[in-house]
Design a protein around this ligand. Sequence first.
Ligand SMILES: [Zn+2]
Length: 189
Amino acid sequence: MARTFDKIKIVACILAASFWFAPAIAQNISTGCGKDMQQRHKQFLDELGKKNFYSKASTDKQASDELILWLQAANSRIVKHENAHKSTAGKWGGEITYLTFKWWGIEYATAGCVPYKSGIPLNTLIRAQLAPDRPSAHDQNSAAKVQQFIKIKKARAECLLIRRKSHLAGEKCLKPYKAYKWLDRYPLD
Ligand SMILES: [Zn+2]
């Protein structure tokens, strides 16, 4: 079964890490899409392994054709999904990276990832994460987390206003959000 599984390209992780947020936000939002992408790649291979045509594809022409159609459909679905993230992120979207499965010399996408550049406005990030027709669980989770960060950012802004009038009261107000100063680098829009 494992004979045709191609080697996983570990490029995304490193690339994503350099783009994907400042360390603080990376800890809070996502440890990088590299890990998530590899998980989806593995799921893809598991799903493929369960397909009847896959086990027959190396000896049976019809099964091989069926496999190719299935891979092509998955490939276009994945490319469309990642393009939706990237186009919505606009200038904040880095280069898309893919993990692939190789069949008869042709690589088909199994999972993809768009790294976002540091400083991406939080509302843009949410829109980008939810841009595809069917956002993944990872997409939805990270969008929900960013929504939380927006609340914290707004609360911090209010505390800063309070601090202008009373330093002590302002500091007290800011205390629960001490670990979120990094949010200052991420505008809302
Ligand atoms: Zn996605």
